[in-house]
Design a protein around this ligand. Structure first.
Ligand code: ATP
Length: 239
């Protein structure tokens, strides 16, 4: 399902890092980035290592503050600008509209896997039984054995923790999904489960932006690619 009205629109996006360890050196990473993503599309960010793919994805989620340009998100039938927005605006967009799947689970001590996964739904006011049912469904679909559901994920393997993280991020039907290497530490069978979930979300109308280093995964989920180019070196600087 695609719609002509984009869900996410970026133009003129610019971002530099200030490296304090080098006397405040400014390291330009993103320069004049423009892209738009519509419901039902999955845009894969591609480009060489160090080009700025993660920086772009984190800037879209507001983890990094952009220096200039525009990141607009469709919410309540209107555009919400994120560059320069108040923190509460960014939090509201994260709460209702834009989900982020990172590579790593931030483990909360003593909280069971099923509760970790259900928490974003509970926070949105979903009934506790319904939230638990959906959490268990997702954990099952992602191949987490039922015997682990009531245990805290702190001692889970890297791949198990990553799948708990994916279940937690996908339990809410966000209209926009940002995915940072969602299959990085998974074996083939579990990777296929994650690919299937992403495709379902995309086909149900989510606008997806992701980094997928695995080309099979990228081919399976992406409808378009966006090339992130490394910023030009300043004159006189050799690589
Ligand atoms: N917090 C930071 N402070 C300073 N420099 C940073 C920071 N984060 C990233 N960089 C630099 O920004 C550039 C882009 O990094 P980024 O991680 O976005 O690249 P990438 O395209 O995602 O790379 P890869 O494919 O290897 O993951 C790199 O030169 C990196 O060293």
């Amino acid at each position: 399902m695609t719609s002509s009205q984009p869900a996410l629109r970026v133009c003129g996006l610019t971002k530099s890092f200030i490296v304090h360890a080098q006397g405040g050196l400014s390291l330009p990473v993103l320069r004049d980035v423009a892209l738009s993503v519509s419901p039902g599309e999955c845009l894969a960010l591609v480009g060489p290592s160090g080009a700025g793919k993660s920086t772009l994805l984190r800037s879209l989620y507001g983890n990094y503050r952009a220096d200039g340009g525009s990141i607009r998100v469709r919410q309540d039938e209107a555009w919400t600008e994120l560059v320069g927005a108040e923190p509460r605006t960014v939090l509201d967009v994260r709460h209702r509209t834009m989900g982020f799947v990172s590579q790593f689970l931030r483990v909360i001590p003593r909280v069971s896997a099923v509760d970790v996964v259900a928490e974003p739904l509970l926070r949105r006011g979903t009934d506790a039984d319904e939230a638990q049912r959906r959490a268990e469904f997702l954990l099952g679909m992602l191949g987490i054995p039922a015997r682990l559901w009531s245990l805290p994920p702190a001692t889970f393997s890297g791949g198990e923790q990553q799948r708990v993280n994916i279940a937690r991020s996908l339990i809410v039907d966000y209209p926009i999904l940002l995915l940072d290497e969602p299959t990085a530490s998974l074996d083939a069978a579990n990777r296929d489960g994650v690919v299937e979930l992403i495709r379902q979300r995309r086909d149900a109308g989510a606008a997806v932006v992701g980094i997928f280093h695995d080309t099979d995964v990228r081919d399976a989920v992406a409808t378009r690619v966006h090339e992130v180019l490394p910023p030009a070196q300043p004159a006189g600087v050799s690589p």
